[in-house]
Design a protein around this ligand. Structure first.
Ligand code: AVI
Length: 721
């Protein structure tokens, strides 16, 4: 699709004298007329913004295309309908000459809609004559190009009319059966794609625009591509998590736009105060936002910010094309829902050559400053697009039917897959449970940050104060040039205390399962400690076997604050501490924060705060299942429970089903009886002696231990024995 109103350039080989060509010509031309049928002459004249054009102009311009590029040069005796139209309906072909200014297309009250219809009929009659006989191969190719061009304008007619209607207080409907982007039918998954050396771009057979050619080699690292598009429900979570207000997710240009234009939701969304929900405008008229339908009318900036928030990324054009080309059946909503933003700039494929002549102007001259979109939308004529197709728009534009499909790097088994496996295994067990590590998606990480600020949640406060006091003592044990490796780094706030106290630390390797938290924290640390080499690792630290190159040859000091060690059962904790000893190497040091056992009332309050933040943190696990594994859990159907298990010496969090019901996720059904719980977390609370014992069993020597005033929290300094 062209950026706003014109067609990519010349087609490749096409046999001439094909009798089906005339039939196809008539069908495509009739489809344009049919699109205009529900619109009044007034609807067809108005222009809502410079990027959009009036329907009447689209209808005239597509006739102009055939007249200018096919009939005048190739049909002997052809008489132009009106010589003034050469100027009026030229979009931007410099080779054809001057043209009417684009933003003033809505002022063209003449020719009338009826005269434009007569113009189209005049061109159609002449095209009928031309195609009745044999035509040269190049002429046939131009006709095919003209039809693809007209199909693009069919989509533009719908985009532009929706934009026009969005500015009307009456919020009109275009048609009750107009296309809308439909929800996906299957559960979402991240499909693994091996990559390697692949072929991209259109081959020589069949029609393709010049920008899709030539076919060329590319090298792709292994990746995963989402099987469906991001939904409006997921977008609402991004919004609820402050997505439009948090600069850390946005490109600088995007952030400037957000502020300048006051973006706080996709284009056409508005808050319906009376109904207490978001509504949008579709071609069928105003409608409540459907949480299951793909989000549409988002800019590249918004799509990229969402991906950063979700701990994922946009696919490159090549990744998208290769995955869909190699197995379209593994993906949904490929060509029929919304165009999908990619991370790729719209630039020439290697070896690209613009088509010859005036029609070659279209693509080549726009190959700067725009981003590629792949796929197709509900408003794209069926069969118009293909895997190699390259749509392109400026990163701020939103009136197209554009959404997004997420991608991830694939370094080993995907987080998505093990989440699904853990959910299925945990909820199928007789006593249902879920591993606590899955709390920490973008929203969960944010909620956990809020937990850490709660009056009742003392561990963060106590540990921070203690660390500030003892950091110089610990720093004295850290060798010059050391790498600080933080496990479950989150916001990296406590790290700063260590970095300030130990300027001899030369490298920092934060490891966290939450890509969004990690990226934001690494950026902030880099900014404030410019001499520090910061190498974030987006991993589950329990399975990390190797550190980044930045740790190579450096003394290593582990940093494991927050009493996260308490989230592991004692045997697992010993196993983990032992493995981390191996990772940190001989001579390595280890700073560990450990929460201590105390009166149950203090403990229970810390895990069941009055404001309900911990409850929201706990329930977010169900929302995450819904989001990532196509679940239909009602988080409100579960109560948050925090209890002290004296026999085990641990706090427990549960989600307690309030009614008998069944919920689905990852393609499976899970039955619940009222009162049954999902055990979501253990937080073991230690005595100093008990923790020291665990550490020793894992091969560590205790070099120091400090305990805060009540509520007590301890910090241990360990070294390889
Ligand atoms: C991350 N972890 C140590 C916290 C804890 O206290 O177990 C997580 C948490 N759960 C509820 N509140 C905070």
């Amino acid at each position: 699709m062209a950026p706003s109103d014109d067609a990519p350039a010349l087609a490749a080989v096409r046999p001439a004298g094909d009798a089906r060509l005339l039939a196809r010509y008539r069908a495509v031309r009739a489809a344009s007329q049919a699109l205009a049928a529900p619109l009044s002459p007034e609807d067809q004249l108005a222009q809502s913004m410079a990027d959009a054009s009036p329907t009447k102009w689209h209808l005239a311009h597509t006739a102009w295309f055939f007249e200018t590029f096919v009939l005048i040069p190739n049909l002997e005796g052809y008489q132009a309908f009106d010589p003034a139209f050469r100027y009026l309906f030229n979009s931007y072909y410099e080779a054809i000459g001057e043209r009417h200014p684009r933003p003033a297309r809505g002022l063209l009250t003449r020719p009338s809609a009826a005269e434009v219809a007569a113009y189209r009929a005049h061109v159609d009659e002449a095209m009928g004559r031309l195609l009745a006989g044999p035509v040269a191969r190049e002429v046939g190719d131009l006709v095919v190009l003209g039809l693809a061009h007209e199909e693009q304008h069919q989509e533009l007619i719908l985009m532009d009319i929706l934009h026009l209607f969005s500015l009307s207080p009456l919020r009109p409907a275009y048609a009750s059966d107009a296309p809308v982007a439909k929800p996906s039918a299957r559960p979402a998954e991240f499909v693994a794609v091996a990559g390697g050396r692949v072929k991209l771009g259109a081959g020589e057979g069949g029609f393709a625009f010049d920008n899709e050619r030539p076919r060329h080699d590319a090298l792709l690292a292994p990746y995963r591509l989402a099987s469906r598009l991001v939904t409006s429900g997921e977008w609402l979570e991004f919004m609820e998590d402050g997505g439009y207000g948090r600069h850390e997710f946005w490109h600088a240009d995007g952030w400037t736009r957000v502020k300048a234009e006051g973006w706080r939701a996709p284009l056409y969304w508005s808050w319906d105060e009376a109904a207490g929900r978001w509504q949008t405008l579709t071609l069928r008229g105003p409608a409540p936002v459907d949480p299951d339908a793909p989000v549409v009318h988002v800019s590249f900036y918004e799509a990229a910010a969402y991906a950063a928030w979700a701990g994922a990324r946009l696919p490159t054009e090549g990744e998208w094309e290769h995955a869909v080309g190699a197995g379209a059946e593994r993906f949904e909503q490929v060509h029929d829902a919304a165009w999908q933003w990619t991370a790729s700039a719209y630039s020439p494929h290697p070896g690209f050559a613009a088509a010859a002549g005036a029609v070659g102007e279209y693509n080549a001259k726009f190959m700067v400053g725009q981003m590629v979109l792949k796929g197709g939308a509900c408003v794209t004529p069926t069969g118009h697009s293909r895997a190699a197709y390259r749509n392109f728009y400026y990163p701020h534009q939103r009136w197209m039917f554009a959404g997004l499909r997420l991608a991830r790097d694939d370094a080993g088994p995907s987080a998505g897959e093990s989440f699904a496996a853990d959910v299925v295994a945990g909820l199928s067990a007789a006593r249902k449970s879920l591993p606590a590590k899955w709390f920490y998606d973008a929203r969960g990480s944010r909620l956990f940050e809020e937990v850490c600020e709660l009056a009742e949640y003392y561990p963060t406060r106590q540990e921070t104060a203690l660390l500030k006091r003892i950091a110089p003592e610990i720093a004295a044990h850290i060798p010059a040039g050391a790498a600080l490796i933080e496990l479950g780094s989150g916001t990296s706030l406590k790290t700063r205390i260590m970095l300030d106290a130990a300027p001899q630390i030369a490298a920092y390797i934060p490891i966290d399962i939450s890509g969004s938290a990690l990226a934001a924290a690494a950026k902030a640390i880099r900014q404030d400690y410019p001499r520090l080499a910061v190498t974030p690792l987006e991993r589950d630290f329990t399975v990390v076997r190797e550190l980044a190159d930045a740790a190579e040859g450096r003394p290593r000091v582990g940093f494991f604050p927050g009493s996260t060690i308490g989230n592991f059962a004692p045997d697992e904790a010993v196993e983990l501490l032992g493995r981390l000893r191996g990772l940190l190497g001989e001579g390595g040091g280890f700073i560990v924060g450990v929460d201590l056992a105390k009166d149950p009332a203090t403990l229970v309050a810390a895990y069941d705060d009055a404001a309900g933040v911990t409850a929201a943190f706990n329930r977010n696990l169900l929302a995450r299942i819904n989001r990532e594994l196509s679940g239909d859990f009602d988080p409100g159907a579960f109560a948050h429970r925090a209890l002290w298990n004296a026999a085990e010496g641990r706090m427990e969090m549960h989600l307690k089903a309030l009614t008998d019901h069944t919920a689905r996720a990852a393609g499976r059904a899970f039955g619940f009886v009222a009162g049954e719980t999902i055990h979501t977390e253990n937080s073991y609370k230690f005595t100093p002696a008990r923790f020291a014992d665990l550490a020793r069993r894992a091969g560590w020597r205790v070099d120091g231990q400090w305990v805060s005033p009540a509520p007590e929290f301890a910090i241990f300094l360990l070294s390889s024995a």
